[in-house]
Design a protein. Structure first.
Length: 94
């Protein structure tokens, strides 16, 4: 588990395929209405981005009002926020 400033990230395994993902739990309960709309807009953009150097957002689940689970590519082994790889700070660090 990683605790970044934006949420908590867990490693998860899809039961049917065995594929591993990063699940970013985001709590937006303290956001203003404008911040919430910005988050929703950014998620819509992130879902459309498919590039080998960008962590992919596969799906977003809203499980309570303004609480989200973001299913993303899992990156392991490198401290991405230190600039050591091509991905951003969304990566899970084993």
């Amino acid at each position: 588990m990683v605790v970044p400033s934006f949420g908590v990230v867990y490693e998860a395994t899809e039961k049917t395929t065995g594929a591993k993902y990063a699940i970013k739990m985001v709590n937006g309960t303290k956001w203003t209405e404008k911040e919430n709309f910005k988050f929703v807009d950014e998620v819509a953009i992130m879902k459309d981005i498919v590039h080998p150097n960008v962590v992919r957002l596969h799906k977003v689940y809203q499980y309570q009002q303004r609480r989200y689970a973001m299913v993303m590519d899992l990156c392991t082994g490198i401290l991405c926020f230190a600039g050591a790889c091509n991905h951003c700070a969304h990566c899970f660090h084993a």
